[in-house]
Write a protein that binds this ligand. Sequence first.
Ligand code: MN
Length: 357
Amino acid sequence: MTDDPDSPAGDALGGEPSGPAAADWAAAVDAVRRLTPDARVLLICHVNPDGDALGSMLGFGLGLRTLGLRGVQATFPGPPEVPEPFRGLPGLDLLVPAAEAYPDPDLVLCFDAASESRLGELVDRLAVTAPTVVLDHHASHTGFGDIHLVDPRAAATSVVAEELLTRLDVPLDAAIAECLYVALATDTGSFRFDATTPEVHRMAARLLATGIRPGEISRRIFDTRPFGAVRLYGDVLARTRLEPAAAGGHGFVWTYATLADLARHDQRPYVLEPLIDSVRCTAEADVSGVLKQIAEDGWAVSLRSKGAVDVSRVAVALGGGGHRFAAGFTGRGTAQDVVARIRAELDTALIRTVDRD
Ligand code: MN
């Protein structure tokens, strides 16, 4: 469910990333500790929130409540609609629509947003006099905010959130743990991606020790979709194309979903997120792609690679971003136009990848 610009840094990192500075941890702890019980605390996560954005924000917000803070709000830009799979998360009562969020909070904490552009209309909250604490794990973080808890080594923003809660002496309860677990499971692809380090499993163990039920949570978050979505997957997967000669013979497999597909099955765009996982399992292709129509001539494109091609090079060349194994961009024109551009960039990216290695 991780959308491309938000996928974790993972294996894409070239250098040796380091975690937050001791001074930033201390400043963040101090910023929370100095709050009075009625302080207006505003938590913000990125637009179109995924499991890590919502889970880390709500889990941390519940933790702040256990410290006796009564004025905690959580919000995200755009329509105040929580994607269906997350409507059972604890802490949803912290959420307010962006339009009702404190205009002048006493403290702002920002979750899982790599850039200010991901904060939409809430970006003005960064300009208030209150300090802004940024919790994130994107290597590409732009450095916005005042106190930076940005750890590119972390598998999820919830890893950073858990550490800050620990430093604030907030014990994990089942509600906090469920939020942080959903975040961790989402960003590690249910503990399948290479970001799944021993520390990820140690954190999962701490969360499970609170008594939360991983089977039930996973079923709700990952394995429950409306019947119309299942029918929609049939339509979209039936038109999947395999191009074995593309990407220098490494192969490219792709499909697309239109707004008409969504309308015909009465579905919301979130149901399209798992499609890339069905397409990318194709053995005969290194590179996979799903084009999701977002406007008459606009497509949100998700790309995946098994390693022969660095798909971030394709995405960056086409105006997007991401990592070697997962990237994305927004394309204009017909689906065929966009696929033709990907095809052309795949050959270029392949050459560059071989050069680099
Ligand atoms: Mn994340």
